[in-house]
Design a protein around this ligand. Sequence first.
Ligand code: HEM
Length: 214
Amino acid sequence: MPVMQGAGTINQALRRLPTGPGYLVGLVPAAYWITLAFQNRLGADPVRTLEHELGIIALQFLVAALAVTPLRELTGVSFLRFRRMFGLLAFAYAILHFTTWLVLDRQLDWPRILADLVKRPYIILGMTALLMLIPLAATSFDRAVRWLGGARWRRLHRLAYPATALAAVHFIWLVKTWPLEPLLYAAVVALLLAWRARGAVFSRRRRIRGQRAA
Ligand code: HEM
């Protein structure tokens, strides 16, 4: 397994970083964009801009959470201690993105919201991704891991993969032309899913070999 030179030093430095303040740091962009929105400094369409920024950051944290294992396997650098934080921040940003749409964009106009759901399939994809993240956020605490048991908890948390895939498709679907940004996110998510699938195949083969040898 390839391990980057210096990975041990980086891991030592990472181990010294406390995770608690990381949540606050992760929420700084939200505070920044929301403040600009309330100060009317987000250009011609502040709601759209706020929606965009919060959605992008949600997707970035989802990608960061999914990238932890491949990065460790490829380089030896481990952000494992921060994975829960990445996931919870992704959830927080997705909720803020959704709330911006519901309250500021659609102004809680339920008939319009329902019409949007019917007319714009990408909203249903976003909604499904968000719904998938709810059980993950709700069981992200140590007590939930103990209560569910490691194997069931891990199985449940595999939902992060389809949720991220749906979020990436949600992004591609809403653009009418083909700008680079959503395609890049989709490519990175596809690579991470392929890595996960490869890992699953390898561990199944190892298990079968082990059973045969026993
Ligand atoms: C995990 C959940 C989600 C993620 C990661 C996510 C991410 C994104 C991203 C990256 C964009 C593109 C930003 C842009 O270029 O404008 C976007 C746009 C959008 N999302 Fe989401 N989204 C999620 C859930 C939702 C939900 C639940 C809704 C509403 C029910 C929603 C409604 C929208 C809308 C309306 C836009 C288009 C904004 C525009 O017109 O520019 N999203 N989302």
